[in-house]
Design a protein. Structure first.
Lengths: 254, 156
């Protein structure tokens, strides 16, 4: 049995026709199922667990990167197969998974090509796409073997599925892309150096593939994992191998 | 290449860069980059290629390619598959295949390598040993020793 988790933004009128067309296509393939709408007050893990208890085998996330991260950060441990139907703006993960946007996504779903994905683990919760630590005076210890420090502040981005986009400064028009590798988490560290009295300049990023990392600081720093923001003093990040079973496309990038 | 730039102009620059690289360098993607103004302390080990632009203290180990860029500082013993040094290294280098010292390189330490190339202008203070010479050395010693023995009785 299939369960579809729709993001709240799909209620907007502009998505009506596309959502209806997708539902028709899914019915044609015989994979239509129960539709549940997500909102900020719903815990995805609770819903997914409940549906699994009722006999659901496949849970399809319908929305964009934020929806995907929101559901899987909580429900990654659930014993079911996940799928993804990308709709709307900000869909970079779908490209990595090889799932085209809109109606064509249903075709990939019907083929049911399954792969096990690695997810990141951060202080007792999972993150699927990206973890971002805003510029702060931090110390990073990799695999308990070596430590990375800078003179001033440092920004850290840990990528699992989502590629890392960066520019040298605001004026730089060439956005550069680094694609994460499979089987490891990738940490991008960008130190900031002082410019004038108030300004800061971003340096070129350092790249470290790792399986376990610890970030320490004397003062609290802001951590954003799959869109959820929190303040931490110590963060432990690990890679959980093959945690999520997912339906992927032939054109996937791993 | 791991860094993908969108414009065609930049793509051509990248191709030029690849052409300039030494033939010994593996064509695999760069996996670890220590950026400028970053300090690494401890046992820095990686399974893939390493590019150092900042400072590393402790020890460096990779089974593949290590590149020490201009302005980079390594204060550590280094073990690598092959390496290209354009920065400063204070410590012993044990390279399995080939080592290239460019004109800006400053190396203070012993080098153990199979193939070594040094550009004019590179600074090196230390002992260089290559595995190919080990077999030839004892024979040369015995010849000189024999000559010495032969010379002795004639003098008597």
């Amino acid at each position: 049995m299939y369960v579809y988790l729709y993001d709240n933004f799909l209620r907007q009128k502009k998505y009506d026709s596309l959502v209806k067309a997708m539902e028709v296509r899914l019915t044609d393939y015989g994979i239509a199922g129960k539709i549940l709408r997500l909102n900020n007050f719903i815990d995805p893990k609770q819903i997914v667990d409940e549906e699994i208890r009722r006999g659901a085998k496949t849970v399809i996330i319908v929305g964009n990167d934020a929806t995907f991260g929101y559901v899987l950060s909580k429900a990654a441990t659930c014993n079911c197969i996940f799928g993804f139907l990308p709709i709307g703006p900000d869909n970079t993960i779908a490209e990595v998974l090889g799932i085209p946007e809109g109606l064509d996504g249903c075709d990939v779903l019907s083929k049911r090509r399954k792969e096990r994905l690695d997810v990141g683990w951060m202080n007792n919760r999972y993150f699927v796409s990206q973890l971002h630590i805003r510029p702060a005076a931090i110390k990073v210890i990799y695999d308990e073997r070596f430590a990375v420090t800078t003179k001033d502040k440092m920004e850290v981005v840990v990528c699992n599925l989502q590629p890392f986009y960066w520019k040298k400064d605001k004026k730089d028009k060439n956005e550069q892309v680094v694609h994460p590798q499979d089987g490891k988490l990738e940490a991008f560290l960008r130190p900031l150096t002082k410019k004038g009295w108030w300004g800061y300049n971003y340096e070129d990023p350092s790249i470290f593939p790792f399986e376990e990392m610890e970030i320490l600081s004397n003062s609290p720093f802001t951590v954003e994992a799959d869109g959820k923001v929190s303040k931490e003093i110590k963060v432990k990040i690990k890679l959980a191998h093959s945690k999520v079973e997912m339906i992927v496309g032939r054109n996937r990038k791993f | 290449m791991i860094f993908q730039k969108s414009t065609l102009k930049n793509v051509s620059e990248e191709v030029e860069m690849v052409d300039n690289m030494p033939s010994q360098q593996p064509s695999d993607e760069v996996e670890t980059v220590v950026g400028p103004s970053v300090n690494v302390e401890g046992d820095f080990a990686s399974e893939g290629n390493i590019i150092v632009k900042g400072t590393v203290a402790g020890s460096v180990h990779t089974s593949r390619f290590l590149s020490v860029e201009i302005g980079a500082k390594i204060m550590a013993n280094v073990r690598a598959g092959s390496a290209k040094v354009a920065g400063e290294v204070k410590g012993n280098l044990k390279i399995r295949e080939s080592l290239e010292l460019t004109s800006t390189a400053r190396v203070m330490g012993d080098i153990e390598v199979k193939v070594l190339s040094i550009e004019p202008g590179a600074l090196l203070f230390g002992k260089v040993s290559m595995p190919g010479l080990e077999a030839g050395e004892p024979r040369a010693r015995t010849r000189t020793a024999r000559r010495g023995e032969e010379m002795m009785p004639t003098e008597e």
